[in-house]
Design a protein around this ligand. Sequence first.
Ligand code: SF4
Length: 662
Amino acid sequence: MMNGYGGYTGRILRIDLTRGSIDMEETWQYLPHGIGGRGIAAEIAWKEIPRNTSAFDTDAPLIFMTGPLTGTMAPFSGRTTVCGLAPQGYPCEWYTRSSFGGHFGPELKYAGYDGMVITGRSPEPAYIKIHNGQVSLEDARPLWGLGILDTQKKILGELSERWRVFAIGPAGENRVRIAVAATETESASGQGGFGAVMGDKRLKAIAVCGDGTLSIADPNRFQRICRLVRDEAHGSHGWPHTPRLDPALVKAYGQRFQACTQGCAVRCYDARYYKHVPSKLCPGKYLAGQIDCIAGLFPGAGGTFYDWNLGFEAGFELSQLANNEGVNHWELLVGIIPWLRYLKTDDPSTRFNRTKIDPDDMGFWVEVITAISRRKGEWGDALAEGTVRASQSLRVGQDRMRLLFPAWGYAGHWDGHGDHINKIFFPYWLVSALQWAVDTRDPISSGHGYVQNIMGWCREHSPVHGLDWDVMIKIGEKVYGTADAIHPLSDYNGKAFPAYWHGQRSVLKDSLPVDDQIFPRIFSRKTEDHFANAEGIPGPNFEFEMFTSATGISWNDELFMHYAERVVQMERQLLIRNFDRSRQDDETVIPYFAKPENRINPFIGTHVSMDPDKFRKLLTEYYQLRGWDPQNGRLLRETIEKFDIPALPDSTQSALESQEMG
Ligand code: SF4
């Protein structure tokens, strides 16, 4: 444990694919203030992504970063964070992040590295091979054209099943802006289009294997904390109840729970494994693999907005096809298919290339997925740029697109409007709206903490295991300082602080990193007052306790949250320097929310739309909590000093001032 910090390996790989050079740097230069993961990436991005850099520029870095808990016995801790300029971003390729599970991150740590910074473009397709500290660039020409699952199979066949492989498919190779990169059968860096950045760099895959171990600063305390956190865990998503397997699917396809990442301590709604699923596209062939998260929508969900009817087997196979091609599931299921259905409703003669739009037809899906990943035909090539850009280039369905895409090029999520899966009603989506307004992507991936907790524990959605509102409101007062944060009739009051606080929690989840579906722990069925607690440790402090006992960094929880907020401020300053990010940009979310919500708060009884003026006041309240100028949403001088944030270059400062003088 050099320099006294446990949990880290102390080394970050630096690979320049143009020169074929492999170097290392010390992680310690970014610590402790960088925390890990997203925090360290923000430091690197500020220095190495100058203004006017595009996602496909040779020198644009793609940053993979684990954190101090990755690879340790910390529950729900096996994730890896990817950061960089995002091809999926709209109207510009915003700097952003994406995280993925599986076992790749822990294996990278056991191989001796906390992360990698990849720049350049390989002259020929290549893959990175990392084995116990040894790193080499391997010829990937034989792999080029293969899918993500097939690439993994080929590399593991050549090396051994012990290895972990993160790869791209045809969508990444064709620089599709909604291309994913993934490991195992279902752990993808889904949002952001980072698969396209790997494709642009001709980086087909990263294979890693390590036998190393990690040292922990205070092993006894760490072990005790991890046990407490594991034992305190409730159901998946931090919800009160545990899902059951479907007896019919168990009998037919051996359905079983399979965690999406190392260290998971619960049975999860979102993570199930199946085997012996007969293929419809290749009769006689049988499929096996996981269906996680949104992929559960592929078969269709009768009686909902997503009521196509493909059946389990076809849905399972299409999920695997999209995984193998490397096409973003969320964009496909929450964005593209609903958008195409709208177009058909508006004009039944509309065709996808020459194919009839029919979500009940498996052939239609195969055409959509493969046309996008291989940029086939006018519609395939257009949607390879993402739905928002496609609606413009195809000059069709822009109003319909705006019903599904709140901002920044991403389909809705926990917003009460375009996302019809997650049950949420007013006033709770006001917090989501604030999170969307100040983010650069769908914020909910690491921002579930507020909406998912409240909607998962309220009696309306958990009649048996849920909590009464008076109990939840009292806990809300404890966590957010006001009963209005959770009261179902609180309107716009008390909504700025939860969005502010969960901004830091989001950073911690992407920096330690830990599972977004579980943390922060707030509600409980295991304590008398239903506030999460384990032997005197309040639920919201679990991450702090794991972090300090693993690393030996002697912060108090106030400093922990301070440095988490420093990452929020660093990222905002980078957006201002590189993209002139302003209040005007943030307010572009308003039209999406200023439409009737898709569910009703039982205490209100009618569908509510956002009131733009009230929301603008709320946004100002949020800016004041952040120390941002209410006029333009930029960091105030005292905020720059408080968090020791680099100042904007004079050129940017004067450009922004002349803009304001207009
Ligand atoms: S999403 Fe979270 S709870 Fe679900 S399997 Fe993954 S780690 Fe476990």
